[in-house]
Design a protein around this ligand. Structure first.
Ligand SMILES: [Zn+2]
Length: 328
């Protein structure tokens, strides 16, 4: 009776644990206090010891949730510095004065996920595989992606495509600008993945179509088109980068709630013109299908089997180079 009921309960817990471990093997070793729900565990974070890293324009307070990590702590901190440096290269400074960065060891290799919050101060939680190697960290894009989220005010959910689109588009560009990635790798990836952002049957524009492809790659497509249009309009002296730096300069970062209209108007003002607002008025409320094949051709992208060659005589070749050039 009681004891057999207790046995059954224990057996059930074991079965559930095994099922959970099978379904989410990298989470099996995670500390639940630091993993619970979809909220940042601010209170638990405050109790952990911190290492403060000075980065251009800010400080990152790094804390590790309990658990083993194969790499020495210094190598993990180097990865945090490298990621922050790429974001600071793109935006001219780290987007927030203070960041709480919680690193949670989980089973397996590689960085397994990340989330960014700001409702009690800018915070990122990353799940770091305890068996990660140095090259796993060198190849990681997740931490830079999350840090790019810090550079944009918190928007309404229907405008999440801009937040994710910027993170998808800016992350590789920032890493090339910082010297952490080769330009041909990111253009190859864009050619391969950008079609996932095209509208499908029944699409009602970026604001009204809640699919993964439209949110991430549709948003990234908006950013690429905006970057090219701003550069065309300014003789390539200004780009999306300068527009988004203008948002940070006006006090806009993830700790602020702004409307999309305010973000776009502030960004447009920083580069003189209305490219972002105009493009949003086209792509926000209705499906727009750009001719990507023509765009890649004009940028001078020539896939050669597994490799990619650049055609520097193509009409937008100078703009392609300007997008990934290290800023002054
Ligand atoms: Zn994201």
């Amino acid at each position: 009776m009681k004891s057999s009921a207790a046995y059954r309960a224990i057996a059930l817990v074991i079965a559930l644990s095994l099922a959970f471990a099978a379904a989410f093997p990298y989470l099996a070793g995670a500390q639940s206090e630091f993993m619970r729900g979809d909220r940042m565990p601010y209170d638990a974070f405050e109790k952990l010891p911190k290492t403060d890293l000075d980065v251009p324009g800010g400080v990152i307070h790094v804390a590790f949730a309990p658990g083993e990590i194969a790499l020495p702590t210094e190598k993990v901190l180097d990865w945090v510095r490298t990621s922050a440096n790429a974001v600071a290269t793109y935006y001219g400074r780290f987007p927030v004065n203070d960041l709480k960065l919680l690193i949670v060891p989980v089973n397996g290799p590689r960085v397994r996920g990340g989330t960014t919050w700001a409702y009690r101060g800018a915070a990122i939680r990353v799940l770091l595989g305890r068996d990660s190697s140095e090259s796993d960290l060198r190849r990681d894009w997740i931490l830079v992606h999350e840090m790019v989220h810090l550079a944009l005010p918190d928007l309404a959910e229907r405008h999440a495509w801009l937040s994710e689109g910027l993170a998808v588009y800016v992350e590789p560009v920032a890493r090339v600008q910082a010297g952490d990635l080769q330009a041909n790798e990111i253009w190859q990836a864009m050619m391969r993945d950008m079609p996932q952002g095209l509208p499908q049957a029944g699409d009602r524009g970026l604001d009204n179509t809640d699919t993964w492809g439209r949110k991430y790659w549709g948003g990234a497509m908006f950013c690429l088109l905006a970057d090219i249009e701003i550069r065309k309009a300014t003789g390539s002296r200004r780009g999306l980068q300068d527009a988004m730096r203008g948002v940070i300069g006006a006090g806009g970062n993830h700790e602020q709630d702004w409307s999309l209209a305010r973000v776009l108007a502030t960004a447009d003002k920083a580069v003189g013109g209305d490219v972002l607002t105009r493009l949003y008025n086209e792509m926000g409320p209705k499906p727009v299908t750009p001719d990507l094949a023509a765009l890649w051709r004009d940028l001078g992208l020539r896939p050669r089997g597994e490799a990619m060659e650049f055609d520097d005589t193509a009409p937008l070749a100078a703009i392609r180079k300007a997008i990934t050039a290290r800023p002054q």
